[in-house]
Write a protein that binds this ligand. Structure first.
Ligand code: ATP
Length: 379
């Protein structure tokens, strides 16, 4: 196992960027992945996940910067010499070998003794529920089982410095996915490998990883626990990408005491207010936005009490969708649209107001979270 340090690393593909403003597929970054961590690398298609993973594994040489494993510079070493296991989106198996022989293959290649190979293969077969098929030729297996063999070939070695998974469950039946993710988590707890799991599926990322690394457009935007990403997204992209539906983001101004959305005042909590004041956001050119999760909004009847409550604002209901346990209420605040989750069957008032908890209202300047430890935007 190893810690992985991507030191001042960036990547431009030789042919890319000629026609775009940004030549980088991976913008310059400096990032440490801790020894034994279970990371998910999450982001939309084309954001640079595979590029980053292939640089870590050694399949791709970065156009700038270095890759360090436990402080050792491995930038010029092959995947094999880095001692990395990698599992790809589609099965990589030898059809003519049996299931057990496929699993034994990476161990035999390394000259491991037969007794250890037998024990490791048996253990891996049982982890993946393939014991009964150990002696079948791989070609007779369906796509799910073939991909299980690929996973097994990544997991069978205990001496690897990291295991990298590139969307490994894409071809797997949805029912099995959950089971295999749970199995991977158990394997991580048992062996403590550094694991990096690439996916564009937030459920997969949030259920597998201790830490989720959210990427967009070639940049890492935030590294955090699922809870941190949900509660305090440091970038509006993270807020909208994580959650279903994602965070509401409304453009606003700041007058030194509250946020103002289309003339409607939205109270901020003390810490956010202090940070906004310290950063001079009342007189900034930065684009300001508030972010509020649909789960934090309470739809109530507008009346005299809500009219006098600084935590309540009037809204127009523009639609309601039944999500089973909740309704998704689509609302208009000023000229902007947002949504709230409402308990199923609770009734939606015709004249509606929103109760907004300031503790759940985040403020963003140029898409970045405004918080106490931010650098001031203005000198
Ligand atoms: P996906 O989830 O679709 O696999 P990704 O997040 O893994 O996407 P990458 O495959 O790393 O993203 O691609 C990042 C960017 O680099 C994209 O703009 C892609 O078009 C570009 N790119 C990837 N491979 C090459 C290549 N070999 N040559 C030129 N450009 C490339």
């Amino acid at each position: 196992m190893a810690s992985i340090h991507l030191k001042n690393l960036g990547h431009r593909y030789p042919a890319s960027g000629a026609e775009s403003d940004n030549p980088y597929a991976l913008n310059p970054l400096d990032q440490v992945w801790e020894d034994g961590g279970a990371y998910a690398l999450l982001g939309p298609s084309g954001c640079g996940k595979t590029t980053l993973l292939n640089i870590i594994s050694g399949l791709l040489r970065p156009s700038e910067g270095r890759v360090l494993f436990d402080g050792e510079d491995v930038t010029d070493l092959s995947t094999e010499r880095r001692n990395i296991a990698q599992v790809f989106q589609f099965p990589v198996v030898y059809d003519t070998l049996t299931v057990a022989e496929n699993l034994a293959f990476p161990l035999r290649n390394r000259g491991i003794d037969n007794a250890t190979i037998e024990a490791r293969v048996a253990d891996t077969l049982s982890m993946l529920g393939l014991d009964a098929r150990a002696n079948e030729r791989a070609r007779s297996l369906n796509a799910d089982d073939k991909q299980k063999i690929s996973l097994g070939r990544g997991l069978v070695r205990t001496d690897v410095r990291a295991i990298l998974f590139d969307e490994p469950l894409t071809v797997i039946d949805p029912h099995l996915k959950w089971q295999l993710r749970t199995e991977l988590k158990k394997i991580h707890e048992r062996f403590g490998h550094t694991m990096i799991y690439v996916t564009h599926d937030q459920t997969e990322a949030l259920t597998f990883a201790d830490k989720v690394v959210v990427m967009n457009a070639g940049s890492i935007l935030q590294v955090g626990t699922p809870k941190e990403l949900f509660d305090r997204p440091r970038h509006t992209f993270v807020g909208t990408f994580i959650g279903s539906p994602g965070m509401n983001v409304l453009s606003c101004t700041f007058d030194g005491t509250t946020a103002i959305v289309d003339g409607v005042r939205i109270a901020l909590d003390e810490a956010t207010l202090a940070a906004a004041q310290a950063q001079g956001l009342a007189s900034t050119n930065a684009a300001l936005e508030i972010g509020i999760r649909p789960e934090s909004l309470q739809v109530i009847a507008a009346d005299a009490n809500t009219a006098n409550d600084t935590h309540c604002v009037n809204v127009e209901v523009v639609g309601v969708e039944d999500l089973g346990r909740h309704s998704l209420v689509r609302l208009r605040l000023g000229e902007q649209l947002l949504c709230a989750l409402h308990p199923e069957g609770a009734g939606i008032p015709e004249a509606a107001a929103l109760r907004i908890d300031p503790a759940c209202t985040l403020l963003y300047a140029d898409a970045l979270l405004v918080e106490a430890n931010n650098e001031p935007l203005l000198p």
